[in-house]
Design a protein around this ligand. Structure first.
Ligand code: KG4
Ligand code: ZN
Length: 339
């Protein structure tokens, strides 16, 4: 049995979680506190790194105290401290990582530096007793990644985006449409009353034999359409047609990945996996192909510290830890380039 405190500060959410777990048992989230900076960055139309790091350092102490109070735990009961060590914004990563190292050092407890992508990847299994073999799709603001997962720590990259991430495409198209940041939830809302067949946007690389993605052509196609229509377009129709293209690409590639690997399970994670239309389409496609679909609980899809604590717990229970000299890595890959 171990109790871990984890910090997530890779981008624009400051988050602290406390998780209790042991091998073969379902982990228990004792606290998951998140302070979102969305309002702070909204007026700039995207994340401003310096504002993000300053705000992380202002919020962190209060969030740690709140998480301990919610968990009903004292510092002395924490067995290990973890923080996201990459990928992400360097100045933001440094705040969480330095704070977790400081607490670990002061209390003489182990520290674990966790890959943010591993947090997302394993988040659909937070309420399970184990991480079984599966195909994992991470779809977030910074990443679109397909992985063959043999178990915790056993990840093989199958494909990734060659340009924009799926969430980034949502956010950029949202900006083109004049919707507030972040565009993902706004486009999902607008698409509810739109016609997904109104515009035939490109499904780039969908039928190519590889498992890579490309979303920048889709974003450009939306831009050209808006210019051509000279303000006479329906936001709902453009949103629904754009979303339909994204969903067909994500579902098509993920099912092909399951077919190629022979895995019988698919797990989706990351902010874009909150999208109900994507979840519905993925569920239907998986049912048709006899695949089990797993997804993270909604609270743990966008950036949070519970997913970082869970990835750290699995490593801690396996006897792993990180040296306090470990640096942050803004471009940290999830698997080595040769894998
Ligand atoms: O996982 P996340 O919080 O941060 C990263 O690690 O990037 O994902 C944020 C992304 C944003 O691009 C946001 O627009 C997108 O997830 N997102 C959505 C939805 N909710 C958040 N995209 C589509 N539909 C949604 N409902
Ligand atoms: Zn994320």
């Amino acid at each position: 049995m171990a109790v871990l405190l984890a910090i997530e500060s890779s981008c624009d959410e400051t988050a602290v979680a406390i998780l209790r777990g042991e091998t073969g048992r379902r982990a228990e989230v004792l606290a998951s506190e998140i302070s979102s900076q969305i309002e702070l960055h909204r007026e700039h139309g995207g994340v401003v790194p310096e504002l993000a790091s300053r705000n992380h350092s202002l919020r962190l102490r209060g969030l740690v105290e709140k998480a301990l109070a919610t968990a009903g735990a004292g510092m002395a009961e924490i067995d290990a401290f973890a923080a996201t060590s990459g990928p992400g914004l360097a100045s933001s990563l440094l705040i969480g990582s330095t704070a977790a190292k400081g607490m670990a050092c002061a209390l003489g407890k182990p520290f674990l530096g966790i890959n943010h992508l591993e947090g997302h990847l394993l988040s659909p299994f937070l309420d399970q007793t184990m991480v079984p073999p599966h195909v994992g799709l991470i779809v977030s603001g910074g990443h679109t990644l397909l992985l063959d997962v043999g178990g915790p720590g056993r990840y093989r990259k199958l494909g990734g985006t060659r340009d924009d991430a799926a969430g980034e495409a949502y956010d950029k198209v949202g900006k083109l449409l004049g919707l507030p940041y972040p565009g993902g939830p706004e486009i999902e809302k607008a698409a509810l009353s739109g016609n997904p067949g109104a515009y035939d946007f490109p499904r780039s690389m969908l039928h190519d034999p590889h498992l890579d993605f490309s979303f920048s052509g889709l974003k450009t196609a939306v831009l050209y359409t808006l210019q051509r229509e000279q303000g006479k377009f329906s936001i709902a129709d453009v949103s629904a047609s754009f979303q339909q293209a994204v969903i067909e690409i994500l579902v098509g590639k993920t099912l092909r990945a399951a077919q190629l690997t022979g895995r019988k399970r698919v797990a989706i994670s990351g902010g874009v996996s909150l999208n109900k239309a994507l979840r519905g389409a993925m569920r239907e496609a998986c049912e048709r192909s006899g695949l089990e679909l797993m997804s993270a609980p909604p609270d743990f899809c966008t950036d949070n510290a519970a997913m970082i604590a869970f990835a750290a717990l699995l490593r801690h229970l396996a006897g792993e830890s990180s040296p306090l000299s470990e640096d942050i890595h803004p471009n940290l890959p999830l698997v080595c380039a040769a894998c």
